[in-house]
Every structure is written in structure tokens, then in C-alpha cells.
Write a protein that binds this ligand. Structure first.
Ligand SMILES: Nc1ncnc2c1ncn2[C@@H]1O[C@H](COP(=O)(O)OP(=O)(O)OP(=O)(O)O)[C@@H](O)[C@H]1O
Ligand SMILES: [Mg+2]
Length: 476
């Protein structure tokens, strides 16, 4: 049986033969890969030749003692020294303290209590795993893949980082559009940090979250006594954001009437508080975000066209996660480390089956969904490695492969950039059904609700790439 502790390697240094073989057996039974040395000299050469997680050493040894071994190993392996657990004779506390000062993790006194021995060992291993998690995290964070806290190495994200840098230098409004959970707020913060407004505040307002009756005064402030309940004067969000960036989230949900006032502010920088006849000038960078199709909202008369054009001058697109597979792995590793650290769990890796499942999943909730999935997996993970079973069932059950056989939903997926014709969609669906029934044309025609002859005709008329794809996977 493969045990979780299989990969942990321990070097045991003990000259007492009876105790040495007892501990060796204990460690091996617990699943640790263990080697035994009877002197400090032999232990040193083993430690240099091989990799160990922990050295358990008797302090008193013939020749050089355990403390000398500890110092030697740490000198020779400054970066990769194993952790030390010292075993000292009862009463030699001073020596034990000296060992701790020299860098030993812990010590136990003889006679050994085996239960305590195992417990100490487990605690040391957990601490060790946590330390390397922190190191990994630092490495990922120091890595080139991060841009103002946003991680990405896909060409789409690298391109986005470049665009942010360029757009941040201008001071006109920016519109960020993208699906939910793609990081639009992160993008807004990055723009702020890169811009000349970075010394000022960064304020977030969710346009969908404020009751309509309050919106105008929330945004523009109000003069004292301007309406029932408006006792004092209020500055309003635009004024509070003075000198900084105002992030208008879900701008598509802003009431129509208010849109005109926002446009006015964008055009000449002026705002007028409710109930006041004095205008005031503000210097604020506006970044707006939406996950709606604003253009469609303009067509439907829900969003002002003039405001749309004003915002759209600098538009950024947050690409969905399913279009940048390269980032799934990077982000999963990042979130794993963050959650393991926060939850104080020694989870270190993601099994290849679990990673493959993540890679194939289309992530309708984008980065936020991946973040939550990894958090759940870390909570449920029982060992050092996240398994497929630790992932949320929604992800496990998803059979949507990116390969040639996708689900009907994926086959028919339409993105805003390439609108296929009806004929194209029909062809894709025909090919898909044929793949699913392994090329059985009778069954396919039945599912499609067309005659077999029609199916044959449609197949011969299909563009060659669709037929090839279909033929390759359905053995036609
Ligand atoms: N590139 C990234 N690197 C690291 N974390 C990211 C990245 N993109 C998004 N996230 C994380 O994903 C979560 C969602 O991001 P954010 O809130 O910015 O999304 P959003 O596009 O504003 O979504 P919504 O439209 O639902 O408001 C956040 O927890 C954020 O930390
Ligand atoms: Mg958001």
C-alpha cells in the first residue's frame, strides 16, 4: 500500500544497537524511508550523498557527537540541510539547549516515549512542509508572471499587462469588460497603481448595489437640507475620490438618468451636488467595468450611447480563463499555496489527474471559481497532494473536454468575436452528434430529426475541415 509518508526520508544516527534497530523499525513501520548510521562520520557522508528531510541523532556518539554533526551538516548544506531532532540523555538539558541554538528543531530525552516521538516527528514535518510552501509562494510571487498582484503567463494576459501600462499613462476613462470573475477589479487597481493618480485614493462603487433614490446624492453629494433626511452636507463619491481613481463597477446597471450626469463629469470634470446651484471641479480618473454587453444595452435603449462612446475610447478586455489554459496551472499553484498557508495544512501539490480535470473544465465562473475550487480542495485534502476527489463535484463531473469531442454546449459556443453562420452551427452540431454515436448514421439522423439521405447530402456538402475532423474522430 502506498502511504502518504512514503516520500519522507529520515536519517537515524544511533550507536546503541538495540535502540537503533527499534527506532529503525518504528520509522519504517510508520512509512518513512529510513537509513541508519552508527557514527557522526558515517551519517555525514550519507547526508551529503543523499537527500533527507530529517536527521534524528543521538547526541552522544563515539567520535564526533550529534552537535558536531549538526554543525557540519548545516555548514556543508546551507540551503538544503535536513531538520534535526536530537536525542539526549536525561538530565543533559544544557547540551540540548546548545543544540537548539545551533539550529536543531527539537530534542527528546531518553528514555524515549514512542508516542511522543512520533508526535514530535509529525509536527516537525508539518512545519517543514509549511516552510517550503512559504518559499514556493515567495518564488511564484517574485516571478515575472505577476503584475500588480495579477498572475498570468498566457499571451492574452501578457498582452493585457502591456495594454494596462499604456492606458494607465493617459488620464481618460477606461472601460473594462469581461465575464464575471475574470479579474476586472484587479485590472482597475493595476491601472490606478500605474497611473499618475496612484498617490490618491482608489474607491470602488458598485452601481448595481445602491438604491436608485440615493444614487445621485451618493455620487455627487448634496447640500444640507436638500431633501428629506439630508441633514448635513455630503461630499459624494466623486469628491471623495479627488486626485485618485473611482472604479464604477457594473456600470451597465447605472440608472439612465444618472448616466447623463456622469457623462457631464467625464466631459468637463464638473459635478453639481443635489440641491446646490454651485458646480465644482473634480480631478478623478474613472475606470468602469461591466460583464454585460454594453453595446447591446445601447441598442436596447438601456445605456446612453454618448456615455458608451466616451467610455469605450480606452477599452480593455479581461479574457475568460477557459481561453488561457496556461494560466490555469499557474493560478491553481498560487491559490494552493495561499490556502495551504492560511489553513495551516501541509498540502503541497496537485495530482496530475486533478490538474488534468481542472485543465479540461471550462470555468464559467473564471478565476474566482478556480480560487474557490482550490480552497475547497485544500480543506478536504488528507495528504500532501490534492486528488481529483477533493475537487468540487461540478468540476469533476464536467465531461467537457477541450479535445475533438466536446459537449454540445461547447461545440455550439459562440463568442462575440466570431459569429458563425446558421449553416456553420448546423454543420458543427451534425459532426458532434455523429461523434457521440460513433459514426452510426441511422442513430445520428434519428437524433437530428432528419432523414438519412438528408444527412448524407449534408455530409457531402460540408466544408472539408468539418468532415475531416468528424472523420478522424468517428472512424468514417
Ligand atoms: N490574474 C489574477 N491573478 C490572481 N488572482 C486573480 C486574477 N484574476 C482574478 N483573480 C481573483 O479572482 C477573484 C475575482 O476577481 P475580480 O473580483 O477582480 O473579478 P471581476 O471580474 O470583478 O468579477 P465580477 O464581474 O463578478 O465582479 C478575486 O478573488 C481575485 O483575487
Ligand atoms: Mg467585480
Amino acid at each position: 500500500m502506498k502511504r502518504e509518508t512514503d516520500v519522507i526520508r529520515i536519517l537515524l544516527v544511533e550507536d546503541d544497537e538495540a535502540l537503533g534497530s527499534l527506532l529503525l523499525e518504528e520509522l519504517q513501520d510508520a512509512g518513512y524511508r529510513t537509513k541508519l548510521a552508527s557514527t557522526a562520520e558515517k551519517a555525514l557522508s550519507l547526508a551529503l550523498a543523499d537527500t533527507f528531510d530529517i536527521i534524528i541523532s543521538d547526541l552522544r556518539l563515539p567520535g564526533a557527537d550529534g552537535l558536531a554533526l549538526l554543525k557540519n551538516v548545516r555548514n556543508r548544506l546551507p540551503e538544503t540541510a535536513p531538520d534535526f531532532l536530537m536525542i539526549t540523555a536525561f538530565g543533559s538539558v544544557e547540551k540540548a539547549v546548545e543544540c537548539l541554538k545551533a539550529g536543531a528543531e527539537d530534542f527528546l530525552t531518553k528514555p524515549l516515549d514512542l508516542e511522543h516521538f512520533h508526535l514530535t516527528l509529525r509536527r516537525m514535518l508539518e512545519k517543514r512542509a509549511m516552510r517550503s510552501t512559504i518559499q514556493d509562494l515567495r518564488r511564484v510571487q517574485a516571478d515575472q508572471s505577476s503584475f500588480h498582484g495579477m498572475y498570468g503567463r498566457s499571451p492574452q494576459m501578457l498582452n493585457l499587462f502591456r495594454q494596462i501600462e499604456q492606458i494607465a499613462k493617459a488620464d481618460g476613462p477606461v472601460l473594462v469588460h469581461g465575464e464575471s470573475g475574470t479579474g476586472k477589479e484587479f485590472i482597475a487597481r493595476a491601472i490606478h497603481n500605474e497611473s499618475s493618480f496612484s498617490d490618491g485614493p482608489f474607491l470602488v462603487v458598485n452601481c448595481a448595489g445602491i438604491p436608485e433614490s440615493l444614487l445621485e446624492s451618493e455620487f455627487f453629494g448634496h447640500a444640507a437640507g436638500s431633501f428629506t433626511g439630508a441633514q448635513g452636507k455630503r461630499e459624494g463619491i466623486f469628491a471623495e475620490a479627488e486626485g485618485g481613481t473611482l472604479f464604477l463597477d457594473e456600470i451597465g446597471d447605472m440608472p439612465y438618468a444618472l448616466q447623463a450626469k456622469v457623462l457631464r463629469m467625464l466631459q468637463d470634470g464638473k459635478i453639481r451636488p443635489v440641491g446646490s446651484n454651485q458646480e465644482r471641479q473634480v480631478h478623478v480618473r474613472i475606470v468602469a467595468a461591466t460583464n454585460h454587453d454594453l453595446e447591446k444595452q445601447v441598442a436596447d435603449g438601456k445605456f446612453r450611447e454618448d456615455l458608451f462612446f466616451r467610455l469605450e475610447t480606452f477599452a480593455l478586455h479581461a479574457p475568460p480563463l477557459r481561453e488561457r489554459e496556461d494560466d490555469i496551472e499557474l493560478l491553481a499553484a498560487l491559490f494552493l499555496q495561499q490556502h495551504a498557508l492560511r489553513l495551516e495544512k501541509p498540502v503541497r501539490e496537485i495530482s496530475s489527474a486533478a490538474m488534468e480535470t481542472l485543465r479540461r473544465y471550462p470555468f464559467p465562473g473564471n478565476v474566482r471559481e478556480l480560487h474557490n475550487a482550490i480552497e475547497r480542495a485544500v480543506v478536504f485534502c488528507a495528504g500532501r497532494e490534492i486528488q481529483r476527489k477533493d475537487l468540487p463535484s461540478r468540476i469533476r463531473k464536467e465531461r467537457t473536454a477541450r479535445g475533438p469531442v466536446g459537449s454540445a454546449g461547447e461545440v455550439l459556443m459562440i463568442d462575440d468575436h466570431s459569429l458563425p453562420s446558421l449553416l456553420d452551427i448546423e454543420n458543427r452540431y451534425i459532426a458532434h452528434v455523429l461523434e457521440r454515436v460513433a459514426g452510426n448514421k441511422r442513430k445520428a439522423a434519428e437524433i437530428l430529426g432528419i432523414g438519412r439521405r438528408t444527412l448524407y447530402r449534408r455530409l457531402t456538402e460540408m466544408p472539408t475541415d468539418a468532415v475531416n475532423r468528424h472523420a478522424a474522430t468517428a472512424n468514417l
